[in-house]
Ligand binder design. Structure first.
Ligand code: H79
Length: 688
């Protein structure tokens, strides 16, 4: 257990996820009771259906449109209204839709009662822009809600706040000039929307969720959101409302930012949060291909395997999965969607127990897959979702301290016991050679009590003044579990200082830490080696392109490293120009070495430096060259991605360090861009 990992000097930041505020005037018990069916369901079907399914993504030869077609193709209102007589989904069979969702293991359906285009799939007294003005003339909401009720599926409405059709809604599309805004009143629009919501909550029985969207335009705000939330709850007290009712959503990651917004759950869109958040309800909504509404040309389907592993991933983080289908204008699910539902259903028939009513994994990460769990009467059942079946037939569960009661394959009706053994802090399960399922085989582990799991120590760090603060990511409550650290470069032992969060350090610093359980090291050693240069002033005598200048010169000494993506905002890009930068260490310091971090992405015409030169100075004016390296032309070929070049400076004493790096100039002869301007991308100068 003496492996070590290096954490680069970049801060390990948690994504900026906020919290979901509890709803007003409700006790935690009442709130839990209201959320219960939804938390247990874990899996639902999203349906995006409306007039946009008629053009099916195509307008004037452009085929990439979806439910946003009115906006993305800039279709005037009168033109868009011509889809009304063409919406006649004669093959719509609500019982069949519900059957397919149910067979896939979905517990609820969220369908667009109205999308941004303003078209209503239900019979609304409030507008003629509804399904009753189409040749179909059938209240789709009515038929689908009845079909759902028969099958025990919970019907839910998606309802767009933004409305591109209603005369009172503002703002208009910026390209829209044929509709005067004079006399329009957002207050009156809200009254109209409320009357429609009354229809939607009065005429179709109990509704599970009201899923608002299109809340981000400037006419919507927190006060309107709170009011709408309270109003919908007054219509059906048990209803659950997503966070897009208000103005607190944090972008597409969809969780609510800090503050007391009225909302019951967060809505990450087309993404899965990196970790779950204890006490926060959330639901990832996701398309099966790249469009929500039907697009006849979109063949970029996610595989059933990807979708099933996403379902397990989401459940393992304590979230729900709302998987989308965009039916055709005839009223059919696309065949690719039908296939995927049925493959998911096959897995769910055997394994749904590992999804429904489960809670987030007690493990931070598992190399072979995911884990969900259920707790009842002090006992715990772990469901190990094994994506990568172990070739050596031993499934290792790291840090599980229990002696489990038993383990078996969920697919094994006889629940034959699998042999269990212990290897230090690891629990080991002997599994059969062939996985019971090619995508996700579930192994059940029963524990006598609550799962207590050891985690390796993980830290977050942030700069504070001229130093930094290190915080333990999350405490482990286990007795005799201690995190220990050193700052003198030595490896932590049972005798090292005990970590009491937070630890404050001054630059430069070498921080090494590890977790110990019963005086034995658990997990790897974390090393944070923070150079002298972090936070120090850098001046540039050559200028980067305005397109790629990160946070300016200071980016070169911020201790944050860029990724392989040159567009990630961390890189300084020099177009056919060299780099010359001077780091001011503030006072004369002993320098061991200097490291330059640069990027090579030859496909984007980004090459490594052909020459790097180091010089030092005491006054910042006269520099003395202390080292240089020349690179063979063509050497960049072997250096794809992020590269670091270190140079030992033999403990020279100086206050200023100058780094010069030569741009290759033009793309070389054997490159597709031969003769074109070459780029040099640099990110960090680390002085130690
Ligand atoms: O109905 C589907 C899409 O049509 C709809 N939501 C899903 C469920 C959708 N509308 N817009 N988008 C998806 C993408 C819009 C993103 C942005 Fe914004 C709106 C970027 C800026 C404004 C909201 C606020 C998201 C980030 C900030």
């Amino acid at each position: 257990m003496n492996r070590t990992i290096h954490i680069s000097a970049c801060a390990i930041l948690l994504a900026g996820l906020g919290t979901i505020a509890p709803a007003q005037s409700e006790t935690p018990e009442q709130h839990n009771a209201r959320m219960q069916w939804w938390r247990e369901a874990r899996f639902g079907l999203f349906i995006h259906w409306g007039l946009y399914s008629v053009p099916a993504g195509e307008w004037k030869g452009e085929t990439s449109h979806g439910e946003w077609i009115r906006e993305t193709a800039r279709i005037p209102l009168q033109e868009y209204d011509k889809f009304l007589p063409r919406f006649n989904p004669v093959k719509f069979d609500p019982d069949e839709w519900v059957r397919m969702a149910k067979n896939a293991g979905m517990k609820y359906i969220v369908i667009t009662s109205k999308h941004h285009d303003g078209f209503c799939l239900f019979d609304s007294k409030e507008t003629d822009f509804d399904v009753m003005s189409t040749p179909f003339k059938r209240d789709i909401m009515k038929e689908l809600s009845e079909a759902c009720r028969k099958e025990g599926i919970t019907i839910c409405w998606y309802h767009s706040i933004m409305d591109w059709h209603h005369p009172d809604y503002l703002p208009r599309r910026e390209w829209e000039t044929d509709r005067p805004t004079e006399g329009a009143s957002v207050d009156r629009y809200v009254e109209h929307m409320k009357r429609q919501l009354e229809e939607l909550t009065s005429n179709y029985g109990p509704i599970g969720v009201l899923w608002f969207d299109g809340e981000w335009e400037k006419t919507w705000n927190d006060a309107r959101g709170r009011d709408l939330y309270a109003y919908v709850r007054s219509l059906q007290p048990g209803i659950i409302i997503n966070n897009r009712v208000g103005a607190g959503r944090a972008g597409m990651e969809g969780l609510t930012t800090e503050g007391a917004f009225a909302a019951d759950f967060g809505t990450p869109e087309q993404q899965i949060p990196a970790t779950g958040l204890p006490g926060v309800d959330w639901e990832t909504c996701m398309t099966m291909n790249d469009h929500w509404g039907y697009n006849k040309n979109d063949k970029n389907w996610k595989s059933a395997k990807e979708l099933l592993q996403m379902l397990a991933d989401i459940a393992s983080k304590g979230g729900n999965f709302l998987l989308n289908i965009g039916p055709t204008a005839e009223g059919l699910f696309p065949p690719e969607s039908v296939e995927r539902l049925s493959a998911i259903g096959e897995w769910m028939t055997v394994n749904s127990e590992a999804i429904y009513g489960t809670q987030a994994s007690p493990f931070r990460s598992l190399s072979w897959g995911r884990c969900t769990q259920k707790e009842a009467n002090g006992k715990t059942v772990l469901y190990l979702h094994v994506f990568d079946w172990p070739a050596d037939r031993t499934l290792v569960i790291p840090g599980l301290l229990h002696e489990p009661e038993r383990a078996y394959l969920l697919s094994d009706a006889k629940q034959s016991a699998l042999a269990l053994s212990r290897d230090g802090f690891n629990m080991v399960i002997a599994v059969p050679r062939t996985p019971p399922d090619p995508i996700n085989s579930v192994v059940v582990v029963e524990l006598k009590d609550r799962a207590s799991v050891l985690h390796p120590a993980e830290f977050t760090r942030s700069s504070k003044g001229d130093g930094l603060e290190i915080v333990l990511k999350s405490e482990v409550k286990e007795k005799e579990y201690v995190v220990r650290y050193t700052v003198d470069g030595s490896l932590p032992t049972v005798k090292s200082s005990e970590f009491s969060s937070p630890v404050k350090l001054k630059y430069p610093a070498v921080f090494k830490a590890a977790a110990f359980y019963k005086d034995k090291q658990f997990g790897e050693v974390t090393i944070m080696d923070i150079p002298l240069s972090v936070g120090k002033r850098v001046t540039l005598t050559t200028l980067p392109s305005v397109k790629y200048n990160a946070e300016g010169a200071s980016s070169l000494s911020d201790g944050m490293f860029g990724t392989n993506e040159y567009t990630d905002g961390k890189w300084l890009g020099f177009e056919q120009s060299d780099l010359e930068a001077v780091v001011d260490l503030g006072e004369s310091s002993t320098i061991h070495n200097v490291t330059l971090t640069y990027l090579v992405q030859t496909a984007a015409w980004i090459f490594g430096p052909t020459e790097i030169e180091y010089a030092v100075s005491d006054d910042g004016k006269t520099f003395q060259k202390v080292g240089a390296v020349k690179k063979e032309p063509g050497q960049w070929k072997d250096e794809r991605g992020v590269n670091r070049f270190s140079r030992d400076l033999n403990r020279v004493k100086a206050r200023y360090v100058r780094v010069s790096a030569k741009n290759i100039g033009v793309c070389p002869d054997d490159h597709a861009g031969k003769g074109g301007k070459a780029w040099l991308f640099v990110d960090e100068i680390s002085v130690r």
